[in-house]
Ligand binder design. Structure first.
Ligand code: ADP
Ligand code: ADP
Length: 241
């Protein structure tokens, strides 16, 4: 079954920059792929289009929003579907900046998507704690973001993206700002999570090492406008994660 299908997708911004395409990509459910390419080639644009945060200028976008089905999520050119990326729509997004709310606890930060989805408080709290445990932060639910290291903030951001149990996890250079050791630990923990949870992951990175280490497929993009230059299957003998 397919998680994501992009057909002939292009993106021209209002300022005349053509960022993407034509771009064709299919991702199977449960696959872990990396998008690799020079800065400005349209990787973030591709992720935002998949997430429904940005509308393509042309082409067709289909995204499996819920477990078990690919819905015909055709995004009309020039029209962003309202609420497409809202909780419950099967997409989790992790950015390079953890973008946590500083005035409230780690648990409340992770619970936010469930609040927006009007999940009852006790249930939401339990699910937030479960998501925090899955990223190794069971003991930090009551802490405040400022008390955490960069790597821990990224873990909170990951827990927040996973708390709605999305089908698809989109990650835009999530670990780029972290030191090498923290980054390597996060790589390993992300792999273990992927194996356990069976999510579809699309991981944008500048790191060839990271793309090969993490993913089953490395999709290399051309410089702007971003097209697919190579789509490489990574074979491993060792089990992942
Ligand atoms: P990448 O993630 O590969 O670095 P982006 O998708 O962020 O690339 O950007 C691709 C190109 O589109 C860049 O030239 C960038 O400056 C431009 N761009 C990105 N977002 C916008 C926007 N909102 N408005 C205008 N141009 C944009
Ligand atoms: P990255 O390389 O990490 O993807 P970018 O610098 O491409 O980051 O983009 C960061 C943000 O700035 C994005 O949300 C993008 O939409 C916006 N952006 C990037 N380039 C432009 C631009 N030329 N005009 C307007 N917004 C832009």
């Amino acid at each position: 079954a397919l998680a994501v299908s992009l057909r002939g997708v292009t993106k021209a911004y209002d300022n005349g920059i053509t960022a993407l395409g034509p771009f064709d990509l299919t991702v199977r459910k449960g696959e872990f792929i990396s998008l690799l390419g020079p800065s400005g080639c349209g990787k973030s644009t591709a992720l935002r289009i998949i997430a429904g945060l940005s509308a393509p200028s042309s082409g067709t976008v289909r995204v499996a929003r819920h477990k078990g089905s690919v819905q015909p999520g055709h995004v009309q050119p020039g029209h962003v579907q309202p609420g497409h990326v809202q909780p419950g729509h099967g997409i989790g997004f992790v950015f390079q900046e953890p973008t946590l709310m500083p005035w409230t606890s780690v648990r409340e930060n992770v619970r936010l998507p469930l609040r927006l989805a009007r999940v009852p408080k006790a249930d939401a709290r339990a699910r937030a704690d479960e998501a925090l445990a899955s990223v190794g932060l069971a003991d930090f639910a009551d802490a405040y973001p400022r008390e955490l290291s960069g790597g821990m903030k990224m873990r909170v951001s990951l827990a927040r993206a996973l708390v709605t149990d999305p089908e698809i996890l989109l990650m835009d250079e999530p670990f780029a700002a972290l030191d090498e050791i923290t980054r390597f630990r996060l790589n390993n923990d992300l792999l273990a999570l992927w194996r356990r949870l069976g999510k579809t992951v699309i991981f944008v990175t500048h790191s060839v090492f990271e793309s090969v280490y993490l993913s089953q497929r490395v999709v290399v993009m051309t410089a702007r406008p971003g097209r697919i230059q190579a789509d490489i299957r990574i074979e491993t003998v060792e089990p992942r994660g």
